[in-house]
Design a protein around this ligand. Structure first.
Ligand code: HEC
Length: 223
């Protein structure tokens, strides 16, 4: 038994060592720290600023890398990030990925609702899931096209303090002639809550989000 535990320990140790060398072979946190000075103005010296930009502290190297690549390839838009990312080499990205992955993420409680909810990816997934659930919901049969997903994500991003401008129509004209009923509005709301619960969104964020959506009811129902 003891030998087995020792053996497991040795194997785990070897694996950890392998993982460490594999990671440091691609990125150097110290070099990344120096390079990250260009980023500190918006992301904070340790990548913990989450009011105006995405939190980088503690991000996995993979996510950091994919995030920068998305800006570089133009799949994500932010005027500064698009320009800055183009100037970064693969080595720069790997070095900074190592640096930020090693920074301790501090409390998120003062960040805008957008970042507390998890930013673009989490909000986008919640919108997609809510639309999927609602399209399969017999109470809403054929009432939701799903074509509004992009605008809805943009609107929620802007409303929760994220880095987006809402470019769609106001809620009243967007729903004109649709005769959305109170019950239908309620059904979508219920589906949203189901999704937020499934995503384990904490109560504070859940009620803040619902508090932002509820005032639109009068402009959506009965138009
Ligand atoms: C002028 C402000 C500004 C500067 C300078 C800046 N960023 Fe950003 N960065 C942002 C904003 C705002 C976002 C979020 C944009 C969005 O999601 O639309 C962002 C997002 C990111 C993301 C995606 C994070 C995620 O979780 O989605 C990465 C990675 C990133 N920045 C890395 C960097 C690096 C590395 C530098 C320095 C070379 C840098 N940024 C400099 C403002 C800035």
């Amino acid at each position: 038994m003891k030998a087995k535990r020792l053996l497991t320990g040795a194997v785990l140790g070897a694996l950890a060592l392998l993982a460490a060398t594999a990671a440091s072979a691609t990125g150097n946190a110290q070099a990344g720290s120096a390079k990250s000075m260009f980023c500190a103005g918006c992301h904070g010296v340790d990548g913990n600023v989450a009011y105006i930009s995405a939190r980088l502290a503690g991000q996995s190297t993979q996510r950091f890398h994919d995030g920068l690549l998305a800006f570089k390839a133009g799949r994500r838009f932010h005027p500064v990030m698009n320009i800055l990312s183009v100037g970064l080499t693969e080595q720069d990205t790997q070095d900074m990925a190592m640096f930020y992955a090693g920074q301790k993420p501090l409390e998120l409680k003062d960040a805008s609702l957008f970042w507390r909810l998890g930013g673009h990816d989490a909000i986008g997934a919640a919108v997609d899931e809510t639309i999927k659930l609602s399209r399969a919901d017999p109470r809403l049969a054929g009432r939701l096209s799903g074509g509004c997903a992009t605008k809805l994500k943009e609107q929620l991003c802007a409303a929760t303090g994220g880095p987006c401008n809402y470019t769609g129509r106001d809620m009243k004209s967007a729903h004109a002639g649709l005769a959305v009923t109170e019950a239908e509005f309620g059904a979508v709301g219920e589906n949203l809550v189901k999704v937020l619960d499934a995503f384990k969104v904490p109560d504070r964020e859940k009620s803040e989000l619902l508090g932002l959506i509820m005032p639109f009811k009068g402009q959506i129902v009965g138009q």
